[in-house]
Ligand binder design. Sequence first.
Ligand code: GAP
Length: 516
Amino acid sequence: MERAEKSSEGKSLFEKVWTLALHRGFVIPTAEIYGGIAGIYDFGPLGTLLVKRLIDLWRRFFIIEETNFPVYEVSGATILPYEVLVASGHVDSFVDPLVACLKCKAKMRADHLVEEKLGVRVEGATVDELNRMIRENGLRCPNCGGELSEVTLFNLMFKTEIGPLGGKAAFLRPETAQVIFIDFKKAFQAMRGKLPFGLAQVGKAYRNEISPRQGLIRLREFTQMEIEVFINPKEVNNHPGIEGVADSKFRILTREGQLKGEEAVEVTVKESVEKGVVPNAYMAYYLSKETEFFERIGIPRDKFYFRHMMPEETPFYSGGNFDLEVELSIGVKEVVGNAYRTDHDLRSHMRHSGEDLSVDVDGEKVVPEVVEPSFGVERIVYCILEYCYREDDGRGWSWFQFPPEIAPVTALILPLMKKEPLVSKAKEMFRAARKSGVFVEYDDRGSIGKRYARADEIGVPVCVTIDYQTIDDGTVTLRNRDTRNQVRVKAELVPRILLDLSEGRLSLNALEALKG
Ligand code: GAP
């Protein structure tokens, strides 16, 4: 089934997907009844289910099924004291270049303005360089044509105070990672840890973005799923599970490739480590695992790659950053940041706090190095919505082809007509499926066609219909959303089938082979 590249009604694909997401309440602008607020959104019922399923799958894939070394989750505070963010470098360096219109007062990212107007990349450009480019090219406000201010640096953190009346200075955390670094030693000791040791966190992060835009792509409040893998510095090329993924492939856009204007190339994990395409085996491991994960959530392999960030885009302490970039209708977007953070964060917190965060390795004090995959939930949700969106393919409505493993609703249970004993049987099936842990819905309103349409529109993989034959022989029909074909199966098998579908053990393609 092909992804819709363009809309039939002249709207862009982004507009179509976003309109449907808003219309179906996947997303609700925060405080909409008071006029809304830029860069902050709520998830409605279907969006919340989708987010939950995405996070559950991520947790299963990257934490529970990670058996090469332990990975535990922590749940840290979202308010952090000033000192933590000084040590992390955010107070000094977490800034974006800001330019304001002197006439209409609009504020915008100076680098984005220059990139959009002049068609050049300016990552890493200084304030002086941006000012010069704006002046020399006569750039003016894109909204009203007004004159622009000088470029200044704006710190993206939300500042607050802990306690009343001139309390202690603090910030809402700009990333979940710092909590992991400051909790590392305690968590390591509590779990009788040894290296390699992973700590993960799923939670909110806050950035006061200058110009939030493109729906879920640039937000002021968003959710991260991050893993910090703490590694013995002498063992960074000795990942205990590397053999198992040695032949797995991922697509990479090297620095050299970028300079030559080339496309991403496919490499195996083994090659990437041996040829030094990535800085170590842990990085290669995660790039291959992420490739598998993104395919599983419905993003085709040829639509994303890992870009080795250029030196000017890379923090001074990093041993290499690799962004997972997805080709979207609104341009290429970074949705996961992979960073070899070395021992920078732990050492910096050691210096600022005076605490020893080293661990004992065979009687030797070791400050671990860190490889960090950092996922942004909302950006991934938008990728899923866009890649799973399908235009009307003759069925009379547009729909979402969510993989059953992340579909917000796994099945719709419906009596053919709102009549007994069909209603009672259908409700019995609904309760049995819910009890087995599958999120299904019951619907007896409107014609069967309308109910199928609603199910397709919100991406429900299967419709289970209870009809008069069910009363005679105990079978029901299962309608495959993708093919619209139906198959009859025994009613008592349905909860198990739905559970297997929702947990990825059964594919929708395999559904039609199930008979009797
Ligand atoms: N701890 C590393 C870190 O925070 P990052 O590249 O700044 O790295 C990681 O962020 C991911 O978080 C990004 O790849 C993106 O998916 C998500 N993210 C960052 N800023 C965001 C924003 N303003 N709105 C939505 N998602 C954002």
